[in-house]
Design a protein around this ligand. Structure first.
Ligand code: FMN
Length: 179
């Protein structure tokens, strides 16, 4: 099984990238996790539909090549960051070539805020299922990051590691069940 993952933060020291790495490290053996980079995507505008840029096609091809997609994203101003919305919009274009319908998706995130990115996650959970995305409901993985959560070498505390393992195990089962 091939699982793609997107990190919704462009920051080099991103706590969401750290969380994504913990998920990768805890994945069951039968799952191969590959990063799909959204930092290379230009801001979409509808004129691109006429001559769809190669970089956007390559992004869509990478998403098409995986069995399921994980989004590990921060929360910005009670929502999810703009590059994440841009990437989602790209997946719906050009017309009649949308890829959201049937996409098996998991959403996770981390923030130093008390609710650990849950507001941003909730907004994604609101608009994606009506677009045909098959979204895993539970378990939630919204990590409230403190100074204790990640060590300097990126390893996570026991609770976060255990949650990440349960999450990726559930997601691989979800993907298999919805094949
Ligand atoms: C523009 C901006 C808005 C933010 N808004 C929120 C927020 O609404 N809720 C929250 O929990 N954290 C918020 N934060 C803090 C981020 O969660 C924190 O910077 C976190 O490290 C971002 O994840 P990253 O390290 O993966 O980039 C915000 C940060 C930025 C830069």
């Amino acid at each position: 099984m091939k699982i793609g993952y997107i990190v919704g933060s462009f920051a080099q020291d991103s706590i969401n990238r750290k969380l994504a790495q913990v998920i990768v490290d805890q994945a069951p053996e039968h799952a191969e996790l590959v990063e799909i980079d959204i930092t290379v995507l230009p801001l979409y505008d509808r004129h691109m539909d006429d001559d769809f840029p190669q970089v956007l096609r390559e992004f869509k091809d990478q998403v098409a090549a995986v069995d399921g997609l994980l989004l590990v994203s921060p929360e910005h101003n009670q929502s999810f960051p703009a590059p994440v919305k841009n990437a989602i919009d790209v997946l719906t274009r050009p017309p009649k070539e949308g890829q959201l319908a049937g996409l098996k998706l998991g959403i996770a995130g981390a923030s130093p805020g008390r609710y650990g990115s849950i507001n941003g996650q909730s907004q994604l959970r609101q608009f994606l299922p009506p677009l045909g995305v098959k979204l895993m409901g539970t378990p939630l993985l919204a990590v409230h990051v403190t100074g204790e959560t990640f060590s300097d070498d990126g390893t996570a505390d026991e609770q976060t590691t255990t949650r990440a393992m349960a999450y990726i195990e559930a997601f691989t089962e979800f993907v298999a069940d919805h094949g």
